[in-house]
Design a protein around this ligand. Structure first.
Ligand SMILES: NC(=O)c1ccc[n+]([C@@H]2O[C@H](COP(=O)([O-])OP(=O)(O)OC[C@H]3O[C@@H](n4cnc5c(N)ncnc54)[C@H](O)[C@@H]3O)[C@@H](O)[C@H]2O)c1
Length: 463
């Protein structure tokens, strides 16, 4: 069957539609299919979709394949006149899956576009710097071009295994480096807005670490400037891809607990806050900003609709040698009375669950694990290394209205999903899942929470 379909076409491509020749034959029953792209331009790895594929097409020469039993079959193959042969019925669920459609678009244009690679410059190579370096090195379409850190020992670590990486001792030199197309800003939060704007002004695409900035005014200036120059601007909201969160999101979107009307989420414990910038409210933005920039991003992604007001309380009771609050609570009041509360605490001798999500037909909980790694020390005795609760993904359970409780299994993680999206965005213009405007909305909630806390918990409308 010959069909024409609109795809998320890469910017600058003439065609708005693609001819698809749907290969006929008896489909397999619909199930989760692992599609293996064989394209040198595809940074995302395998694509998992619910599909009813048609086996029997040759895998030889195919642009993407799938396995059934022990045999590998072609799923997407180059057809005549630029068309694609796709071994799926025309009403398959895969045709509404964004990742599958992007794969088709890349397959359709890959013959005309040579694989290109964007140079990434890392500004700040502290705790998170190594994670970016690994992700950039392992993502097709990106390469590590340069690194800058005030601390020469840290910068030296970044280039130890790769002499082609340039090391700059001055941040201006990094953002002026002609081999750098994208600057990843991993300095402490109070300098994000300054360095992001400086890099955008030099015509660089920018990824900022979370939180995007400390005020919505700064976020707005960055977004407007990037938009005006046609530059990519994003925030590393990596916890959008955490296994517990994606499991909860997929379960909620599949309607397994009905409409979510009440959510509680918690991070913390009872311990002295770290003696580092994270605990300095002037640098970090406050206790809510550090973890809240992850958690509120997840909440806003999970619950649709406007937030009418934010209320919050900060407690300062025990740890007087640092300026962050010891315990903070913020509640987002969504339309129609739905609400989501986040508590961050360094005074919680008893932990609340990481997730407590109530829907109109069921609930989901996420309970912290108490995990540790056992090993022998140098003289052979047992050494037990305890995970901080937040370092082990919580155990996620689905609770039905009649009391059944089911453990939900994590799905296989995507390899470097944020960086793969960045690569596809820069190469083809596909919209990434994390967008700067979403992170700006996160900051609006955190800003409103701090204002509410200053006014003793009165509700504040986020800007
Ligand atoms: N997404 C995540 O999961 C995650 C995890 C940790 C940290 N972060 C974020 O990453 C950012 C950095 O956090 P970190 O824990 O890596 O901090 P860090 O203090 O360990 O590292 C920051 C580095 O930036 C360098 N630096 C600061 N200003 C500089 C300048 N002008 N020029 C050159 N180098 C400069 C410092 O020398 C330091 O090595 C923060 O915004 C934090 O919130 C995100």
């Amino acid at each position: 069957m010959v069909d024409t379909r609109s795809l998320p076409w890469p910017e600058g491509t003439d065609s708005a539609e693609l001819t698809i020749i749907t290969v006929e034959g008896p489909p397999l029953p619909r199930h989760e299919v692992r599609i293996r792209p064989r394209l040198p331009q595809w940074p995302r790895g395998d694509v998992l979709v619910l599909a009813d594929p048609i086996p029997g097409q040759p895998a030889e020469g195919a642009l993407a394949t799938f396995s059934h039993g022990l045999a590998e079959h072609g799923l997407i193959t180059a057809g005549p006149g630029g068309a694609l042969l796709v071994a799926l019925p025309s009403d398959s669920a895969a045709w509404t899956d964004p990742a599958f459609l992007e794969l088709l678009a890349v397959a359709a244009v890959s013959r005309d576009i040579a694989p290109a690679s964007r140079g990434v410059g890392l500004l700040g190579f502290g705790a998170i710097g190594a994670a970016h370096a690994t992700a950039v090195r392992e993502t097709l379409g990106l390469h590590l071009a340069a690194v800058c850190d005030r601390d020469p020992a840290r910068a030296a670590v970044a280039c130890a295994s790769d002499p082609d990486v340039r090391v700059h001792d001055d941040a201006h030199a990094l953002i002026d480096d002609p081999g750098v197309d994208v600057v990843v800003i991993s300095t402490p939060p109070d300098s994000h807005a300054y360095w992001a704007m400086a890099a955008l002004e030099r015509g660089k695409h920018v990824v900022v670490e979370k939180p995007m900035a400390l005020t919505t005014r700064e976020c707005d200036a960055l977004i407007e400037f990037a938009r005006g120059r046609g530059l990519a601007l994003s925030v590393y909201q990596n916890r959008r891809f955490d296994p517990d969160y994606t499991l909860i999101r997929d379960s909620v979107r599949a309607g397994r607990i009905g409409e979510v009307f009440h959510l509680e989420t918690f991070v913390g414990g009872y311990a002295h806050p770290c003696n580092y910038w994270h605990s300095d409210a002037g640098v970090s933005g406050g206790a809510l900003f550090d973890w809240g920039s992850h958690i509120i991003d997840q909440v806003l992604d999970l619950i649709d609709g406007d937030v009418e007001s934010v209320s919050a309380v900060n407690h300062k009771r025990v740890w007087h040698d640092v300026t962050n609050a010891d315990h903070s609570r913020m509640t987002l009041h969504f339309t129609a009375g739905r609400e989501a509360t986040f508590v961050y605490s360094d005074l919680a001798a008893a932990l609340k669950p990481r997730w407590y999500v109530l829907g109109t037909r069921g609930a989901i909980t996420g309970d912290w694990r108490r995990e540790s790694v056992l090993s022998r020390n140098a003289i052979g005795t047992l050494h037990e290394d305890h995970f901080a609760p937040a370092d082990a993904p919580p155990r996620v359970r689905l609770h039905s209205a009649d009391g059944d409780v089911t453990d939900l299994a994590f799905k296989e993680a995507e390899p470097h999903p944020f960086h793969a999206d960045l690569s596809l965005w820069l190469q083809y213009g596909f919209a990434p899942r994390v967008r700067g405007e979403q992170s700006r909305r996160v900051i609006a909630m955190l800003e409103a929470a701090e204002e509410s806390a200053r006014m003793g918990g009165l509700p504040v409308k986020p800007s």
